[in-house]
Design a protein around this ligand. Structure first.
Ligand SMILES: Nc1ncnc2c1ncn2[C@@H]1O[C@H](COP(=O)(O)OP(=O)(O)O)[C@@H](O)[C@H]1O
Ligand SMILES: [Mg+2]
Length: 251
C-alpha cells in the first residue's frame, strides 16, 4: 500500500508549527526512515499519517483513501491495515508469549473467539506459531512475557503485529530501549519480515548506521521542515551530521 503526504503542515493550538509543508510518498514495499533531532516533528508526522492528528493544511493518502474528511468508520478500516511497533511494548506481561501474539488478531477482527487459544481457529493458531518461528521465539511460546529480555519481548511484539497482517508498518523508535546488538537484530528481523510480506514501512530511528543499512530511503526533518530525502545508498555522513548539527570533521 502506498502512502502520500502532500504539503502537510501542522500547527498545534499553542501556535507551535511542528510540521511545515512536508511532501513525500512511500511506494508499496518501500522502507523509509525518518531521521532528525528531538522535537523535529517526527512523531507528529507519523501520528498525522495514521490519522491520530489532523493536518492544519495539506493531505495524506493511504492506498486510495484520502484521510481528509474521512468518516470514523472508514478511518478504522484504514487503521486495520496499519501495524505499529513502538519503543514501549504493547504486551500483557503476565500472559504467555503465545497468547500475546494471538491477541494480534484483535487488529483485524472484532470476533473475540479468535483472541483466545481455546477458541481461536486452527489457521490463527498455526499462524501464531509461524510468526513466532519467523522471529525465533517458537521455543518460548509457553513462557510468560515477563520472563523475557527486552530484545525477546520486542520480537514477540513484532510477531503480534504481523498477526494483524498489515499492509503498512509504522515503527516509531522501535529499538530505542535496546542495546546496540539487540537493536540491530530487531531491525534485521523487522526488515526481512516486511520485505518477505511486501509490506510498506515508515520508521523513525536515531541510529544513523542502522538506518543506512536497513532503510531504502532516508528523510530528514529539522524544525518541522523536510531537509533531506535521499536513497540510503547515496546518503553521505556529512549530510547526516548536518541534520544533527554535528561537525562532519569530528566523525
Ligand atoms: N500535542 C502537542 N501540543 C503542542 N505541541 C506539541 C504536541 N505534540 C508535539 N508538540 C511539539 O511539536 C514538536 C515536535 O514534536 P514531535 O513530533 O514529538 O518531535 P520528535 O518526535 O521529532 O521528537 C515539539 O516541539 C513538541 O513539543
Ligand atoms: Mg518522537
Amino acid at each position: 500500500m502506498q502512502i502520500s503526504v502532500n504539503h502537510l503542515s501542522k500547527k498545534f493550538s499553542d501556535g507551535h508549527a511542528a510540521l511545515e509543508n512536508v511532501s513525500f510518498s512511500v511506494n508499496e514495499g518501500e522502507h523509509v526512515t525518518i531521521l532528525g533531532p528531538n522535537g523535529a516533528g517526527k512523531s507528529t508526522l507519523i501520528k498525522t499519517i495514521v490519522g491520530l492528528e489532523k493536518p492544519t493544511t495539506g493531505s495524506i493518502k493511504i492506498g486510495d483513501t484520502e484521510l481528509n474528511n474521512i468518516t470514523t468508520k472508514k478511518l478504522q478500516q484504514v487503521r486495520k491495515r496499519i501495524g505499529f511497533v513502538f519503543q514501549n511494548l504493547n504486551l500483557v506481561q503476565n500472559l504467555s508469549v503465545f497468547q500475546n501474539v494471538l491477541f494480534g488478531t484483535m487488529g483485524r477482527t472484532k470476533n473475540f473467539l479468535s483472541w483466545w487459544p481455546q477458541t481461536a481457529s486452527r489457521y490463527d493458531r498455526e499462524l501464531t506459531m509461524r510468526y513466532l518461528e519467523d522471529v525465533g521465539m517458537e521455543h518460548s511460546a509457553k513462557k510468560r512475557v515477563d520472563q523475557l529480555s527486552g530484545g525477546q519481548q520486542q520480537r514477540v511484539a513484532i510477531a503480534k503485529m504481523m498477526m494483524q497482517q498489515p499492509d503498512i508498518v509504522i515503527a516509531d523508535e522501535p529499538i530505542a530501549s535496546l542495546d546496540p546488538q539487540a537493536g540491530e537484530e530487531i531491525m534485521h528481523l523487522l526488515t526481512s519480515l516486511i520485505k518477505q510480506n511486501h509490506v510498506t514501512m515508515v520508521s523513525v530511528l536515531h541510529q544513523l548506521e542502522v538506518s543506512k543499512k536497513y532503510a531504502d530511503r532516508l528523510i530528514g526533518l529539522k524544525d518541522g521542515k523536510m531537509v533531506m530525502d535521499t536513497s540510503s545508498y547515496d546518503t553521505n555522513t556529512q549530510h547526516l551530521n548536518e541534520l544533527y548539527n554535528k561537525s562532519a570533521v569530528l566523525v
